[in-house]
Design a binder for this molecule. Structure first.
Ligand code: PLP
Length: 413
């Protein structure tokens, strides 16, 4: 082995125009970088965590005491939410894309018996888990959930709120109603919807557990904090059956956020070493969300998504998604099959769009924290140019006219 010291790693600025991570707000980066060196039991770090917990409850519209955040990314929050699922538990999971597919794998891992693990360690086929695979591009509907839960009567039911792989919004009201009707505890992957959609947890009493991430709708940094929220009923189940985890057991974790025995206490107690930098960044992202207001932000996503959707449609693309933060599309017929090539070319130039991560290959363009006419126009122009560069026939003047019409002549330039 040769001894080698590499130069300091430099990472360029790129345009994050995918499903996430989003463009971290400069004020969040500032909060991260200007936090002092302080340990995880320092008074202001602990106070910051308590304030985050309260802000999170406001943003998420919930009285759930067990509302806090898990160090890491979306999968850290999801692993925590799934921790109460024990071997042999009866589960129904609805999947309609890459992410809910991985959630279903996690559920099979949690619910598998030791024999099922031994038979297929990386992909255990847990007999107690029923996975309903809804085709890519189609939503999970309330009728579907109602029918399957009526038939299986599971302990747990799972769905992604917004499936980022295919860009579909699933029926959260129908899911919650069906869970209530059939006595299932609902679990929701809300990684893509928190901070983008104006919804309240407490409007969906059939859902017992929610998990999200820092770096999508909240525009914070990955590896800060993944929000989670649990009803008292979920915590009761967890108390009764336990979890095969210390670090991702919601009852243990909540202690550092000042939640002990179902009550808010003044100060957190040690669970793990938290990062003052991460706490400061997360705190700022929650503050910014509350200052802007979720209703206004949600409306803004819808407005700008509509412009992006119409612009790429005018270029001959076919949009198959209905998520306000993300457009999933097929290229015009003359470029069909070249989606991956186009994405790679764009990414090589710092225009960070994404392909789908499971079949069929489509292009995903996201607008997280890009909620102004300049940013959207920039994304539209970059994409139009990329399609033209690959030989597509894009009328760039017509696209300019579309942007002007939607955003007004004085501001489109
Ligand atoms: C992004 C995403 C995840 C994974 O989150 P990470 O932050 O990458 O761990 C899970 N579920 C959904 C719906 C997502 O969009």
């Amino acid at each position: 082995m040769t001894f080698q010291i590499y130069p300091t790693l430099e990472i360029p600025e790129t345009l994050a125009a995918g499903p996430g991570p989003g463009n971290t707000d400069a004020r969040v980066l500032q909060a991260f970088a200007s936090a002092g060196v302080a340990d995880h039991m320092q008074g202001d770090v602990l106070r910051g965590m308590i304030e985050c917990k309260h802000m999170l409850r406001q943003i998420w519209g919930t009285e759930n005491t067990y509302t806090f955040a898990v160090a890491g990314t979306g999968w850290s929050g999801l692993d925590t939410m799934f921790s109460a699922v024990m071997p042999g538990d009866k589960v129904v999971a609805f999947t309609n894309g890459t992410f809910s597919g991985i959630d279903a794998l996690t559920l099979r891992i949690k619910a598998a018996t030791p024999a099922e693990h031994a038979a297929n360690p990386l992909d255990p086929q847990a007999a107690s888990v029923t996975v309903i695979e809804v085709p890519h591009g189609q939503p999970v509907t309330g009728e579907m959930v109602d029918e399957v839960l009526a038939q299986h009567k599971p302990k747990w039911a799972f769905m992604a709120h917004w499936e980022t792989g295919s860009g579909r919004v699933n029926d959260i009201q129908g899911f919650s109603d069906a869970c209530e009707r059939h006595g299932a505890m609902g679990l929701i992957d809300a990684v893509s919807s928190l901070g983008v959609s104006d919804f309240r947890i407490d409007d969906f009493p059939g859902v017992a557990g929610w998990a999200s991430c820092p770096q999508k709708g909240l525009c914070c940094l990955p590896l800060t904090y993944a929000p989670v929220s649990f009803t008292d009923a979920y915590i009761e189940v967890l108390k009764t059956s336990g979890a095969y985890s210390y670090v991702h057991n919601p009852i243990f974790e909540a202690r550092h956020w000042g939640i002990v025995d179902g009550q808010d206490v003044e100060k957190g107690t040690y669970h793990r070493t938290h990062s003052g930098y991460a706490v400061a960044a997360f705190h700022e992202s929650l503050r910014l969300t509350l200052i802007e207001g979720l209703a206004k932000r949600a409306q803004s996503y819808k407005t700008h998504e509509a412009v992006l959707r119409d612009a790429v449609t005018a270029m001959g693309c076919q949009v198959t998604s209905d998520m306000p933060s993300l457009v999933v599309l097929n290229l015009p017929p003359e470029l069909a099959g070249r989606e991956m090539e186009l994405v790679q070319k764009c990414r090589a130039q710092g225009f960070g769009i994404w392909p789908t991560l499971s079949a069929p290959i489509q292009v995903r363009i996201g607008i997280l924290n890009q909620l102004n006419h300049q940013a959207i126009s920039h994304i539209v122009r970059l994409f139009g140019q990329a399609v033209q560069d690959m030989g597509g026939s894009v009328d760039l003047e017509a696209i300019e006219a579309l942007l002007e019409g939607r955003y007004g002549t004085s501001i489109a330039a």
